[in-house]
Design a protein around this ligand. Structure first.
Ligand SMILES: C[S@@+](CC[C@H](N)C(=O)[O-])C[C@H]1O[C@@H](n2cnc3c(N)ncnc32)[C@H](O)[C@@H]1O
Ligand code: SF4
Ligand code: SF4
Length: 359
């Protein structure tokens, strides 16, 4: 708590001289995915967006083994308490997953994986043997709904088989499920929670859609195009007008009144129906307070290049792990200036408005 306060004071008063290290090293281990999710630029092949470029715009296709080992070595030397988040693009199809997890285990670095779980069954033993920390599974509704959103008729069943195997191998493995709220699963969220009543999950997190409409990107670029260019993102196949927000609001209240054996969260927490309408229909309105992640995360892509925070952020060049140490990158002038610009603008830029880190 005290440490958190010190960090916040440091961020506010002296963003260019940040004394604390990163908490998360986010990895973009590969540039491929085996699903076709309708709310994700990777799934819809909307390739020109910042998000898609950050996720699948880098060569080589897979982060080479020598590079990921170098990253792990750097974390062990400079920031041994930071966690390594295998978050993009689909870590379970990364060929060096097992070897790199074992390597991280040898170096005492904590690891987490965010996955669509399509191939979790085949990988379950490897993950448990590698002493994986947290496992975050993305599921977007009951079977039929999830499979429709994710464009694969067995993706839900396969994910569930994988989760069951994980718990058989290690009943104590921390597993959480994350569900992106979209026009297709509103009205099915209660049924979704009920499905998991007998699973020893740690948490179910409902994420409101992250999206950047073209108008928000255009408005942002009037000021920031040269320094921090924004693009529209994650809006190709979603239609905000199709979101039944009345139903969603009622469903959220009902879920909050239910008792579950696992924690249930919504991100962001939205306190009224009017604010829910504002979140979706007034995306130019900044409702968060400050980017939480630019002071705690960096993301490393498959070619060693590094960007701030994670895949949804601006595509800045903070350096490259092949040429710079992790410490140099964390303290690079580009990142210092970016943090400072954010703080000068009350913590967020216009195109940050519906990014998950803005709340
Ligand atoms: C881009 S995926 C990468 C990891 C992996 N492929 C997966 O689906 O879990 C990371 C997370 O972003 C979520 N996501 C995708 N599109 C989103 C959107 N438009 N808004 C919020 N979250 C989204 C996914 O459901 C997943 O939990
Ligand atoms: S959300 Fe994950 S699984 Fe779906 S298309 Fe995007 S990267 Fe692939
Ligand atoms: S809130 Fe803005 S600065 Fe922070 S990660 Fe998102 S896009 Fe980047």
């Amino acid at each position: 708590m005290i440490l958190k306060s010190f960090k916040r004071i440091n961020q506010e008063l002296s963003p260019k001289n940040y004394f604390f290290g990163p908490e998360w090293i986010v990895l973009g281990v590969n540039n491929v995915c085996n699903l076709h999710c309708k709310m994700c630029d990777v799934g819809t092949k909307t390739l020109e967006t910042n998000f898609a470029q950050n996720l699948i715009g880098t060569h080589p296709l897979n982060m080479p083994l020598d590079l990921i080992k170098k990253v792990i070595d750097q974390v062990a030397i400079h920031y041994p308490k930071a966690k390594l988040g295998y978050a993009f693009t689909e870590p379970l199809v990364y060929p060096h997953l097992e070897t790199s997890l074992q390597y991280a285990k040898e170096k005492n670095i904590k690891t987490t994986i965010t996955t669509n779980a399509l191939t979790l069954k085949q990988n379950a033993k490897r993950l448990v043997d590698a002493n994986l920390g947290e496992l975050y599974i993305s599921l977007d509704g009951p079977e039929e709904i999830h499979n429709k959103i994710r464009g694969h008729k067995k993706s839900f069943q396969k994910a569930i088989e994988g989760i069951e195997d994980i718990f058989k191998l290690n009943p104590k493995q921390p597993v959480s499920v994350f569900c992106v709220i979209t026009e297709w699963n509103i009205g099915y969220l209660k049924e979704f929670i009920a499905f998991f009543k007998d699973f020893p999950l740690k948490e179910i997190g409902f994420m409101h859609t992250n999206f950047t409409p073209q108008s928000v990107a255009d408005n942002h670029n009037l000021i920031w195009k040269t320094k921090y260019k924004a693009t529209a993102s994650n809006i190709d196949e979603i239609n905000i007008d199709n979101y039944n927000l009345e139903l969603l609001w009622n469903e959220i209240q009902e879920i909050k009144n239910e008792k579950t054996s696992f924690k249930v969260i919504f991100s962001p927490e939205i306190s009224s129906k009017d604010k829910l309408i504002e979140f979706y229909h007034n995306p130019e309105k900044i409702i968060g307070k400050r980017c939480n992640d630019v002071f705690s995360n960096i993301m490393i892509k498959s070619d060693g290049s590094v960007i701030p925070s994670h895949g949804r952020c601006y595509n800045l060049n903070l350096g490259n792990i092949y040429n710079n140490s992790l410490k140099e990158i964390w303290n690079t002038n580009v990142l210092k200036e970016f943090r400072s610009d954010l703080i000068k603008n009350n913590g967020l830029l216009p195109a940050c408005s519906r990014c998950c880190s803005a709340f």
